[in-house]
Write a protein that binds this ligand. Sequence first.
Ligand code: PRT
Length: 213
Amino acid sequence: MGEKLKIAVQKSGRLKEDSLKILKECGISIDNGKDQLKASAFNFPLEVLYLRNSDIPQYVEDGVADIAIVGENVVIEKQKELEILQKLGFSKCRLAMALPKDVEYNGLEYFNGKRIATSYPNSLQLFLDENNLNCDIHVISGSVEIAPNIGLADGICDLVSSGSTLFKNGLREVEQILKSEACLVANKNMSGIKQAILDRLMFRLKSVLAAKN
Ligand code: PRT
């Protein structure tokens, strides 16, 4: 059997459905048995690995997967050596700072010395460094929006898409840190055979994306 390109996609969550859909639009049929962690394409030399989005950058850097569909914000947060090949136009969101809605906010200086809850400490730290700010970063892995209400933090740094979660928790967005969407990433050292398969996939992907615009 010939060599296959290994692609990681999210096992379950916001990215999964659109990730599989775009592969399908590229003419790739995947055997999608329930609870399977690995599947092969019928008509393209591709093996799909179903992994957690937050683990994907590490797996691609290590070469466990050659390429992946992952949230760009996670690639930035994990600070891995990956190549971003293509933005894919779905799962768009932004990483933003938010404060209780009644707080009087008049610029970045406000954050100096404040306690900020986030699941994205590296991205937040980069933003603080760029702006010469010092905050006390509290890392929590979920339900970040509740932190100001329970007295854990003065503000938060979290992903926002519609803004309704912020609204429901009495918070308002005051600064955008970065924009994100799903993207195709690759390991930086791939064999010639895998690179050739990737070139074929990229050719199809670019046509699919061009047809959408
Ligand atoms: O478990 P695993 O590691 O696989 O996944 P994950 O924890 O990264 O979770 P998942 O599936 O929630 O998100 C996958 C990716 O989707 C993220 O890394 C982002 O790139 C992207 N994405 C797009 C989002 C959102 N939009 C989003 N709105 N990820 C999370 N949210 C959350 C946000 O954290 C907040 O709690 O949704 C809430 C806000 O949404 P709105 O619409 O109320 O503003």
